[in-house]
Design a protein. Sequence first.
Length: 126
Amino acid sequence: MVERVAGAAPGELAGFASRMAAAVPTAYDELALREWAEDCSAAVLEVHLRLDGVAPGDHEARVKAYRSGETDGIGPLTAGELRRQAQLLDMLSGDSGGGLNHALQLSNEGKRVLRAAASRRARGSG
């Protein structure tokens, strides 16, 4: 499933998605899954930074700052993704039975926003 979605991603995002799919831990190991999820979170925030028009030089430092709560100068796409990630973590750490369904809804919202931003960017540069 992940490979199918990764293959459908446009341009450089396809390579990114394929690398993240290939890095999924094959066995349930809490530490390995946590590290993989943190890498995914940081990588997705970097994609949003690019779409927000931030120069590539300081993406890693910005992602680290944003994830620690320092959001000065954050763009609207990156802010929205950071908010969705925080909501997902809160939801999944709770005991509510609807957590996974709501997590899927948030994930789908994020995909729609990302597709729209990538499409606008492609139209603007083409």
